[in-house]
Design a binder for this molecule. Sequence first.
Ligand SMILES: C[S@@+](CC[C@H](N)C(=O)[O-])C[C@H]1O[C@@H](n2cnc3c(N)ncnc32)[C@H](O)[C@@H]1O
Length: 324
Amino acid sequence: MPRAKGRGRRRARPVTAQGAREAAPVVLPPIHVAGRAKVVVSAAALDGVARERLGGAAADTQRRISRFHTLTKEHSKLAAQQARAGSAAEAAALEPQIAAVSREMARLGGLDWYQRASLLGQSRRRGGDTSRWLVPRLRELRLDAQGPLRLLDVGALSCLNYARERAWIHATPIDLHAQEPGIHEHDFFDIAIGAGSASPLFRAPFDVVCLSLVVNFVGDPAKRGAMLRHAARLLVPGGHLFLVLPRPCIDNSRYLDAARLLAIMRHLGFEQRHAHYTAKLAYHLYRLDAAAPGAPAEEAGEPRFKKKLLPGAGPGMNNFSIVA
Ligand SMILES: C[S@@+](CC[C@H](N)C(=O)[O-])C[C@H]1O[C@@H](n2cnc3c(N)ncnc32)[C@H](O)[C@@H]1O
């Protein structure tokens, strides 16, 4: 990982009970529900929620990260149900469940803890961040010779992931909840490219968009599809999308496998250039069809790829899916 060497090196902060107590206020992610509506859990509403003591063992951290993912999905589902509710009373009836899920997320330490734990997971000892795989692929494609590449790193936990390549990669790291001053606190879904963009960061399209362990962070399958579609909107024609998912999302899901992911990506205008699976992660590099720039417009009516059981789906598998 580029940030691991040299003067700019920063150590991942260990996740400790002390660290968790200091991580105030509790900040939970805005959760996207149907359309462009967002539900933001108010930190004030969660004041006083006692944090669990955080163990230092990797297995314990992994268990908590996985629980945090489950809670994010539950929250998203409940929030979507609430948005669809036929009456105010029906919507209000869901409040206690939403509050219970929010409290458990807060007890785990909220998004702040989750990001620190994920950063720890990126540490050199555990294999480094996923840019270490991407950079050599971009070099193989000779993109290092084409002038500075504009790269959007979505869900960046460190602003130094691409620092070693700064001569040819100009990275823009963003996150919903920035952990470092060099990361721009910005919602990916709010980015609109063009001269009229509110931020100078987004006036021109990107050559590379990185969605590394971000799509699986989004709870709603339709929102995951929307994220991939939005990536296409932000890319130059022929630009590249780097997508990393936990491996079980692809090889142990009732609803998604490598063939279906490929079909979804083709539908969105991407051609796969590389796929690489490690024991834990599935790395993909796609190229946006240069002849048909921009993602297909949001389709009215039924999505082309619905949540559909795959042949061979069975017990013991997970329910990860992408609707597009
Ligand atoms: C697992 S973590 C980061 C993973 C990191 N990129 C890596 O490869 O290890 C997922 C991150 O995605 C961020 N995220 C999720 N949805 C986002 C959005 N709509 N805009 C910006 N960041 C988002 C979350 O805040 C969280 O920090």
